[in-house]
Every structure is written in C-alpha cells, then in structure tokens.
Design a protein around this ligand. Structure first.
Ligand code: COA
Length: 677
C-alpha cells in the first residue's frame, strides 16, 4: 500500500483542535504548524478560530481536499467524527484517542465500530491509542510528542507511544537522525506489517527499528522481514517476555504476547536483529546514523591500553559472528616502522599508553589500507598527555576509508571527543561490551569466519597430552580408594581367563585413546548373555571401529556387568589460573545438551562437595520423585573428594573424566574412566 500521503500530506485536519495549551489538540496544531508550509485545518464545533486560523465545526465543512485527519476527541465521539472523515473522502486518519480495546469489552466494541466505518469508507487508519506519525524528511509532525528529530535514514515503528517519545528525545540529544516514525497503537487499521512493507522499497529508509508488544500476523511478518533484511537491517525490541510483562502488555494495547522463544527464532529465521533493551536499540540507531549498516566481521583493534583491548578481544572471540583479523607480516612490518619498539603490532595493535593523536594516525593510515580488515575498533583511555579531541579528529579524517568504531573509555576527559563524534555523525561508545554487542547485531546471519577452522594452537604452546591406559588409570584410582567396575582384556584370547567368576549378562567397551565417544563409534555392546555372545561382540566392535575411526589403535576391551542407576559425571580439570577444579554434573545427554554442571576450585570440603550435587539445575532428578528413592549422595561425595585428592597428589594429571558414574540409592559405580597427563 502506498503510504506517501500519510507521511507527506498536502493538507491536514486536526479534529479536536484547541487553544488550550494543556490539550493534545493544541499540541497537534502546534507541531503541524511548525513544519513545512502545508494546509492545516483546525476542527472544533466550539470555536471560530484556533491558533488564529479559521476553525470548522466538521471536516465536511471544508471544501478543498484533505489527505490526512488527526483525531483527538473523547472515544465516544470518535465513530461520528470518523464517519465525517469517510464522507469527506479523507484517505488517511490517525486516531490518537485512547480507551479502545486496551481497556476491555466496552472499548473493544467501540474499536469494532471504528473498524467497520474505516472499512466502509476505505480509510487507512493509524491507531487508535497512538502518538501519531512523523515524516521527518517531509517536515511532518503529526504527533503530540516534541519536535522532529534531525533528518536521517532510519525508520522507527513503535507499538508504544511512550517508547517512541523516549527514543525520539534521546535521538535529539545524541544527534541521531530519523526518516520516518509511526506509533501504531492498537492497529485497528494499518499494522506493523503494512509499514514494514512500505519501508522495504522506500529509498529514504536505510534501516528499520521496531518496538513491538505483540505481532498481528507472524507468518506475514517473517516473509516480509526476509525481504527487508535482504536489503536493509531490521532491528526488533520486543516486550512482554515475562509473565508479569505480558500482563502489563495486555492492559496496554490489548495485544496478546506470543511466546518469546518462537518470536526470537522467527527473527533469526528472517535475518532480523533481536535486541533486549532500549540501549541496544539506541546503539544500533547510532551505527545506522553513522552509515554503518553492513556487517563488520573481520575486525582490528587499535588501542592505547592493554587491559581494555584484552577484554575486547575476548568479547570478539566469544561472539557468534565476529573475528579478529589476522594482520599480515608486510603490514606488521609497516606498523613496526612507524610505532615505538614497545608497541604490539599483532591484533590488537597496542600503540601504548603515551600515544598521542599522531601515533593513532600513523597506525590508522596503515590499517585502513589493509583489505582483509572490514572494521576498526579504536580504543582510547585518557592519560594525562592523551590529546583526546585531536585523536577524535583523526578518526573523523579516516572514517570514510574504513568503518571505524571508537570506544573512548573514561568520563570527564573524553567529553571533547564526544562533541567531535556527534558533530561528524560517528557512532561512538563509552564501553566495550555495548560496542561489541552492536557489531555482533549488525553481523546477524553472518557465520563466524573461523567457526569451522580447527582451533589454532600457537607453536610455543603445543603440549603433548597422553591418555593413560586402563591399567594405569585404575592404579591411580585405587590409590584414592576408587575402582572402575569390570575387567580388561588385551586380546580376544584373554577373554576366557578374564571372565572367570563374572555373572552374565555383561557389557563390552572398546579401550582406545582415539575413541572418545565410544557409543557413537560402535564401541559398546551390551546385554551379552553368554561367552559366545561376548566373543561375537569383540568382532563386532573391532569391525565398527575400523569403519568409524579408521585410525584408532585398539588397546583392548573392558568387560563389565550391566550396571543400572542414574548417570552422573565426576571430573577434574587443571585450570591455568585456578589449578585443579572438580566438576559434578548429570551424565549422558544432560552433560552435552543442558551443560548442567557445578564446579569447585580445590581444596574441597565434604560440605562443598554436597553443595555441588544440590546446586545442579536438575538436582531434583537425583533427589528422586514420585516415590523414587534419592541417590546415595554420600557415595557421590566420596568420589568427588577422592578425585580432588588424586589431583592434589598427582600434579601431572591434567584431566580426569569419570563418565558415567552410575548412582543408585545404595551406592555409586564407576563405569568408565579417562585420565590425561
Ligand atoms: N469535533 C471536533 N472537536 C470536538 C468535537 C467534535 N465532534 N467534540 C468535541 N470536540 C472538542 C472539544 O470541544 C475539546 O476542545 P477544548 O479542549 O478546546 O475544549 C476537544 O475536542 C477535545 O475533546 P474532548 O472531548 O474535550 O476530550 P479531552 O480533551 O478530554 O480528551 C483525548 C481527548 C483524545 C486527548 C483523550 O480522550 C485521550 O484519549 N487521551 C489519551 C491519549 C493517549 O494517551 N493516546 C495514546 C498515546 S500513545
């Protein structure tokens, strides 16, 4: 639908126009008259003139054409006024008035009435219960908010008028421009989808922000959003997540909040950016204002401070879409030539604490030429000598060569830089995390460059890790009073001797350093009823491993009785900073999928080991329910403490994996062990 006349009407009528400065009808007149010279007609049967302009009792008394009427009269008068607009053939009507479906049954009835009138007269309706519409490029302010923001290329669709005014006011302070704004209210006529559709091909709109409380037609929305995101970014902030939030929303616009998770996936599916706070939305508006609309995924960090750049690097590495660019050797050499010897020329490029603007410039000159980098984060911390304003000016000088995102940390000292950035429409940040979040959001849908590449190990960090064999592992476990269940057979011919005294049915598992996920590799056979079955299982496992992990060396097999119980995992990992850390979690699928685990740094007391079991999200599974008995927590505590002791006694052990440990109400059995030194 063509909404040109809504955002740029030739003539507007204000129904409920007033000279009373406290009335919405007055603000509407004031805002409309401040804009471009277009005909504005006050409508109010009580007055001859409003704002010194001839006032009409009804729109029907005006002889010339009117493109838009804005209604601000009591709800019960609205149907009659709307009918007048229909008879006058006004194509667009904004109903500011509240008191419709959002207030309950009576209001809902009234809303149905206005829907019928709008349909009968083919009126395109905005609202009711809305703030109005702004066509910033066409100088139209048909709202009762403050002045228009500066002209920009971002459109904003808001289901809440209050969020709209807050956002627009903030934009004024930050000098962020907008192209169009619409407060959609109860959407009795035009919906968010109608506006999205119109903005898709609107060349004055380069990016779209939306604040939503409910969605009118989800499937249509995903289809539309997909089309939009192929051309321009679409950012969505959605309210009504919590049960309480939903209740507030229901009484606000009367929309029912759809399930949050579904909404998030729909955004993902459509390539839209889902944000969780107004601040995140503001920050993206800042990026758009600066012309930063495309993903910047291969980033360089230029900094005068080590600490903040480490934090930023970590944030980038952890992000779903962003990567740190690999700086090539020739570029590093160029940087070395212009930077002091103590500067770091990798990525981050650390030009050290006493850097002045000239050093930033020298580095930027080189980095902005580097093709593989598609964005530069420039971090500054203000030391006594730091020339903050001049550095900001350097960034302005280079911003058209390569996208630059300044993160100037501090308070008072960085104010002069903010002014420079604002004046020159650069998106700047006061903190690292918001900058990373904004960059990440822009790159939505882009796969991390290094995601599929194998993890890099720096040469000097290469370490040889050895997995202990079955006998070595059990010897260590024995030293702290633990043992795994079952026997080990190196060869098939050893089976007879090894199985003496064991009760069927049995289970068999492959022992191989290369086979970590034994079941997946076909390395486990269970319910073996007799010796013949055990022998057959051996051959099956060997065959499976040959196919699934051809390079694996089979050390032998472990043969165990069938153990039942609840699967848990108990482990230890030696951390570079904290030393040994013990871990307890629910086993099997819970470990991989839910990542439900608790950890403690050594040393661990009995009470802490007990807490580790109780603090799991799924601890109720172990506690037993519906008449089921609780697992033997004391037996589990004993194993946790023994593992901690093993880690203390053997500094050469890097990792221990007791997975699974089968817990029952009368004890716990160690089924499998993996120890790395
Ligand atoms: N045609 C034109 N004007 C009419 C009229 C008619 N048929 N009937 C009455 N008016 C005039 C009144 O004379 C009055 O003029 P005055 O203020 O100079 O006396 C003016 O319209 C206002 O109408 P009134 O009926 O007195 O209503 P109100 O001032 O109590 O409030 C609203 C009207 C729309 C502002 C109010 O009902 C409302 O909805 N407020 C909340 C709006 C809101 O929050 N919207 C959502 C934002 S997100």
């Amino acid at each position: 639908m063509n909404l040109d006349k809504l955002f740029n009407p030739r003539a507007v009528a204000v129904v409920g126009a007033s000279d009373d400065k406290t009335k919405i009808g007055h603000t509407l007149m004031y805002n409309l008259l401040r804009g471009k010279k277009r005909k504005v007609y006050p409508i109010n049967p009580a007055f001859k003139k409003v704002e010194h302009i001839l006032c009409y009792p009804s729109v029907k008394n005006i002889t010339s054409e009117i493109d838009l009427a804005v209604i601000a009269v009591k709800p019960e008068i609205v149907p009659a006024v709307l009918k007048d607009c229909g008879e006058k053939k006004i194509p667009f009507v904004i109903i500011i008035t509240a008191g419709f479906k959002e207030v309950g049954a009576e209001g809902k009835k009234l809303e149905e009435e206005i829907k019928t009138i709008a349909a009968k007269y083919k009126i395109s309706l905005v609202g009711p219960n809305c703030l109005g519409v702004m066509g910033v490029q066409s100088d139209l302010n048909a709202t009762f908010a403050g002045d228009l923001p500066i002209k920009g290329k971002t459109a904003f669709i808001s289901q809440s008028g209050a969020v709209g005014t807050a956002m627009l006011d903030w934009a004024k302070k930050e000098k962020i421009g907008f192209s169009k704004f619409v407060s959609i209210g109860n959407e009795a006529g035009l919906t968010e989808n109608d506006f999205l559709k119109y903005f898709t091909d609107d060349s004055s709109v380069a990016a779209i922000l939306m604040y939503l409380e409910g969605i009118s037609d989800g499937q249509k929305f995903v289809k539309l959003a997909k089309k939009i995101t192929a051309k321009k970014p679409l950012v969505i902030l959605k309210a009504g997540k919590s049960a309480r939030g939903s209740a507030a929303v229901a009484s606000h616009t009367g929309s029912l909040a759809p399930s949050e998770k579904i909404f998030q996936s729909a955004c993902r599916q459509a390539g839209a950016v889902y944000v969780e706070s107004l601040e995140d939305m503001f920050n993206l508006a800042k990026m758009f204002e600066a012309g930063l609309l495309k993903p910047m995924t291969n980033l360089a960090i230029l900094t005068n401070g080590g600490g903040p750049s480490v934090v930023m690097s970590d944030l980038i590495e952890a992000s779903e879409h962003l990567s740190l660019a690999e700086i090539s050797e020739p570029v590093k050499n160029q940087l070395r030539k212009v930077l002091p010897p103590t500067a770091a020329v990798g990525n981050p490029v650390d030009i050290i604490g006493d850097a002045l603007s000239d050093r930033y410039e020298a580095a930027l000159k080189i980095l902005t030429e580097e093709k593989s980098i598609n964005g530069i984060i420039v971090i500054l911390t203000p030391q006594k000598m730091t020339d903050v304003k001049e550095t900001a000016e350097v960034l302005v000088k280079y911003k058209n060569k390569k996208p630059i995102v300044p993160v100037f940390l501090g308070g008072e000292a960085i104010i002069p830089a903010e002014e420079v950035f604002k004046k020159n429409r650069m998106a700047y940040f006061h903190d690292l995390r918001p900058a990373q979040k904004a960059l990440d959001a822009l790159a939505v849908g882009v796969k991390k460059a290094s995601a599929d590449a194998p993890a890099k190990t720096k040469k000097d960090e290469t370490v040889s890790v050895r997995q202990l064999d079955f006998e070595e592992s059990n010897k260590l476990l024995y030293s702290v009073g633990l043992k795994t269940v079952g026997v080990f057979a190196k060869q098939k011919t050893d089976l007879k001797k090894a199985l003496v005294g064991m009760k069927y049915p049995l289970a068999m598992k492959v022992v191989s350093e290369q086979v970590i996920h034994k079941s997946d590799a076909g390395g486990v056979q269970i319910q073996l009823a007799d010796f013949a079955a055990v022998e057959k299982a051996w051959d099956v496992i060997v065959k499976n491993i040959k196919i699934k992990v051809p390079k694996a060396k089979i050390d032998g097999m472990v043969i165990q009785p069938m153990v039942s119980g609840k699967e848990v995992i108990i482990g230890m990992k030696r951390d570079a900073s904290f030393g040994p850390v013990v871990l307890f979690g629910l086993g099997g699928i819970f470990t991989e999928v839910l990542k439900d685990a608790s950890m403690r740094v050594l040393s661990v007391a009995e009470k802490e080991a007990m807490e580790m079991i109780d603090e799991l999200k799924g601890s109720a599974i172990l506690a037993g329910s519906r008449g089921e008995k609780s697992v033997d927590r004391k037996a589990l505590v004993k194993i946790i403490l023994a593992i901690a002791k093993l880690a203390e006694n053997h500094p050469e052990i890097r990792e221990i994996d007791l997975n699974p440990v089968m817990a029952t109400s009368t004890g716990a059995t160690l089924v499998d062990v993996r120890i790395l030194t």
